[in-house]
Design a protein around this ligand. Structure first.
Ligand SMILES: NC(=O)c1ccc[n+]([C@@H]2O[C@H](COP(=O)([O-])OP(=O)(O)OC[C@H]3O[C@@H](n4cnc5c(N)ncnc54)[C@H](OP(=O)(O)O)[C@@H]3O)[C@@H](O)[C@H]2O)c1
Length: 332
């Protein structure tokens, strides 16, 4: 099958590039069983390219096809030309603060563009794997992990537009997997981990909010879960069509983060401990001490029971995954 990764030069897209080249790739995706296309609106940065080459265990595909997913005709032409069976959509408007003053662009990228992908996948009978966010929750004072069927209560434009994207995909009715994830970090691009590695190394003290609770997620683990789900799809679909059925039974919304729960303060403390940045004095503070254009969820922990039971996934604990990612960054 042919697999298109959109937004391939972001954090998750780059982790997919690495895993697509790794020997741990599920068997049905290896040895010509599938072909990956990596697409984005801009070329990969020099920094990402060198990180890819450094971390890759074998030859990694660093090429980028140009594809703007807000352009329906361009998506349709690409999918038809390359005979795409599966799209993994890693593209999004991810700047949570900036989205507050840029709601049209956020809606275009987070809602209209996924609708384009869903429409084209419906036309060709393919599968759309779309990534959404824990920020579709948070407007209600939850204190137990959020389940897939829970009504979205976003607190800002980013979460609202991502919720609109989910709804658009569901309304179009292609075969889809929507994976809500949280607090993504990786060796690539700008993220909380890389910011805190730099700050804890250079500052004598730091205040970090302790009144927002969620779960950090290593983008490598999410990428691995996506490939396992796709492998399940690829293994199931041929036997389904021989039985006269065309619909994969496992489509729907799923939650994926690493295991465990923490605040941004706890996350920072562990980053500092694991990286040996012990001279920085890290103190807890309240969210209202940091003026922000958007109110972030106080609690957006995701319940992962459904994805674990359906796809038999074993999910790493967040501090274990953090250790691996920090080791990859500091080995540089
Ligand atoms: N980051 C998090 O903490 C987090 C948490 C929960 C869920 N998520 C979700 O996880 C997914 C992956 O996030 P990420 O952190 O890997 O994102 P990211 O690093 O921001 O990467 C997104 C990529 O999409 C590209 N892009 C922007 N506009 C595009 C367009 N019109 N067509 C094609 N590509 C376009 C971006 O290019 P430019 O950089 O040039 O704009 C960027 O390379 C997203 O759906 C996000 O909403 C992220």
């Amino acid at each position: 099958m042919n697999i298109l990764v959109t937004g391939a030069n972001g954090q998750l897209g780059n982790e997919l590039r690495l895993l697509a080249a790794a020997s741990t790739l599920p068997v049905c995706l290896q040895n010509g069983g599938s072909r990956f296309f990596f697409a984005d609106v801009t070329e990969a940065s020099e920094e990402s390219l060198s990180t890819l080459r450094r971390l890759a265990t074998s030859v990694v595909d660093t090429s980028t096809c140009h594809l703007d997913i807000t352009d329906l005709e361009a998506v349709r032409a690409f999918v038809q030309k390359e005979k795409i069976d599966i799209i993994i959509n890693c593209a999004a408007y991810t700047n949570v603060d900036a989205a507050e003053g840029d709601s049209e662009r956020a809606e275009l990228l987070n809602a209209k563009a996924p609708a384009n992908l869903a429409l084209v996948m419906k036309e060709v009978g393919g599968l759309l794997v779309h990534i959404s966010t824990d920020y579709v929750f948070g407007g209600d004072p939850y204190n137990t992990p959020c389940r897939e069927e829970q009504t979205g209560t976003p607190t800002g434009v980013y979460g609202l537009t991502k919720l609109h994207g989910e709804q658009a995909i569901q309304n179009i009715g292609c075969q889809y997997i929507i994976l809500r994830t949280a607090w993504l970090y990786s060796e690539f691009g700008r993220n909380f981990l890389r910011t805190m590695l730099a700050l804890t190394a250079s500052k004598p003290s730091l205040s970090v909010v302790f009144d927002q609770t969620g779960t950090p997620t290593y983008a490598r683990d999410l990428a691995s879960a996506i490939l396992a789900i796709i492998a399940d799809y690829m293994n199931t679909v041929p036997s389904m069509s021989s039985k006269g059925s065309s619909e994969w039974p496992y489509g729907g919304i799923y939650h994926y983060s690493n295991e465990g729960v923490c605040s941004w303060y706890d996350f920072t403390k562990v980053i500092a401990q694991q990286s040996g940045h012990l001279s920085c004095d890290i103190q807890p503070c309240h969210s209202d001490e940091f003026p922000s254009p958007v109110k972030r969820p106080a609690y957006s922990v995701l319940d992962k029971t459904k994805i674990k039971q359906t796809f038999h996934l074993s999910i790493p604990y967040w501090t274990d995954s953090l250790y691996h990612c920090i080791a990859n960054i500091l080995r540089h």
